[in-house]
Design a protein around this ligand. Structure first.
Ligand code: ADP
Ligand code: MG
Length: 420
């Protein structure tokens, strides 16, 4: 349904002006959901739940936006928010249902009978499938600055077993399927995926939505299949599905036919059988939009949260972006300290903005000058961290639908930062 942008803008302005008004937030979220912007609706529901975690309206909006049944009514308000650094969640009143909000059986049922035809034989008029670029990355984890916690987790959950065929055999059952990197945009998921392939000395084949979606019936499925085939042929190979929320979008009333989800499920289940040397990795900013069937054991059941870069990572990223620039008197430690919460992409933006300012200045004065600390002061005044809306949405989702502990890392982080 069409909602006029002017109406949306004025409701949004009203909601921003009265940040504690839950009803207004929910109203904005409802409009966004009606207009098809599910991600923005989740963000608004998350913001409303931050103000009032027990608001029925906000919970109902979140449930519809996430396309999950609403959770049971929340326990009586305890005075503090459920994620506040207080102790209220430390002692669970009752163990959560093992798969609360996450109905495997129903998800599996949905898979059946979707968008035929699933398979068909090629016919002469078919477009020739493109041959995809397989790279061999030279990047390794040593090139990824900081983020020790993520590296350790990747080592344990992915690299150690993959490097070692004996271990792989031993743990064959629990190592089926792939690993899912998730977190706010611009924080290094794609970068890490490439570095992981480099670590393994494997080829790297990246699949994005534009590589796969096709207007021909059945072509998207065959394109996915072609990627898996090519990855098998070039094994050892890391097949990387970027933005899994697009190809693996939760199948629901409002979304598309879901046939790419179906094909992904088929391919992932086959990885177990005959894919020695094929490693499947995926990344998403929106894990809550990924179809639950894809998160089942044996598929993308191992997850790693990739957060905004820590101090050593920010230093590495800043150094990288400044390496070829004419700089003078830059206090790197100061910049690192003042960019807490910035994503890798935000840091790149800060460096660009500072350089641009020096350039404009040089053009005006006719005298070339270096990029200095004053340029960075100005840039830091302009560039805000872009991860805020992601955390607003994530906080709501983690509160609302921590599917059998799927977001425990996130909950712990939010609590640690006092952002909950
Ligand atoms: N720890 C890091 N060390 C070095 N560069 C990083 C790091 N994290 C992110 N970057 C840089 O930040 C940018 C955004 O990262 P990207 O992988 O595209 O983010 P995402 O896939 O999570 O949206 C990339 O240019 C990458 O080089
Ligand atoms: Mg990316």
């Amino acid at each position: 349904m069409d909602i006029s942008p002017a109406l949306l803008a004025s409701i949004r302005a009203a909601a921003e002006a009265a940040p504690d008004n839950v009803e207004l937030r929910v109203h904005l979220g409802e409009l966004l959901l009606t207009s098809g912007d599910t991600a923005a609706a989740i963000t608004e529901a998350g913001r409303a739940l931050m103000v009032d975690p027990h608001s029925e309206q906000a919970r109902s909006l979140m449930a519809r936006a996430l396309d999950v049944p609403p959770p049971p009514a929340s326990p009586a308000p305890s005075g503090t928010g459920p994620l506040s650094s207080g102790s209220d969640r430390a002692a669970p009143e009752e163990p959560p249902a093992p798969s609360a909000g996450f109905d495997w059986a129903a998800a599996e049922e949905e898979v059946r009978g979707i968008a035929e035809p699933r398979f068909r034989s090629p016919s002469p008029g078919d477009p020739v499938l493109p041959v995809h670029d397989v790279e061999r990355p030279t990047l390794t984890l040593a090139d990824v600055g900081g983020m020790e916690h993520v590296k350790q987790r990747l080592e344990a959950a992915f690299l150690a077993p993959m490097r070692n065929p004996e271990l792989r055999r031993l743990y064959a059952k629990s190592l089926r399927g792939g690993l899912l990197l998730y977190g706010p945009p611009g924080c290094g998921k794609t970068f890490l995926a490439r570095a992981l392939a480099g670590e393994l000395g494997a080829h790297f084949l990246s699949v994005g939505i534009s590589d796969v979606l096709d207007m021909w019936v059945g072509s998207s499925e065959r394109n996915i299949s072609a990627f898996f085939d090519q990855a098998r042929r070039t094994a050892p190979c890391v097949l990387f599905i970027d933005e899994l929320d697009a190809l693996g979008r939760r199948r629901g009333a409002s979304s598309g036919p879901g046939s790419t989800v179906h094909q992904l499920l088929t391919e992932l289940d086959a990885v177990d059988r005959d894919n020695e040397g094929l490693f499947v990795l995926a990344a998403t900013n929106q894990p809550w939009d990924v179809d639950p069937a894809l998160r089942r054991p044996g598929r993308f059941d191992r997850t790693v949260l990739v957060l905004p870069p820590d101090a050593p990572a920010r230093r590495a990223i800043l150094e990288y972006h400044l390496r070829d620039r004419p700089i003078e008197g830059i206090d790197l430690a100061n910049l690192v300290e003042r960019t807490d919460g910035f994503s890798g992409a935000d840091l790149a933006h800060v460096c660009d903005t500072a350089a641009e300012r020096a350039l404009v200045d040089s053009a005006h004065s006719g005298e070339v000058r270096m990029v200095n600390m004053a340029d960075f002061e100005a840039a830091l005044g302009d560039v805000r961290p872009s991860t805020g809306p992601w955390f607003d949405a994530a906080r709501g989702v983690a509160l609302f639908a921590n599917e059998g502990g799927a977001y425990d890392d996130l909950v712990a982080y939010l609590r640690g930062r006092g952002r909950g």
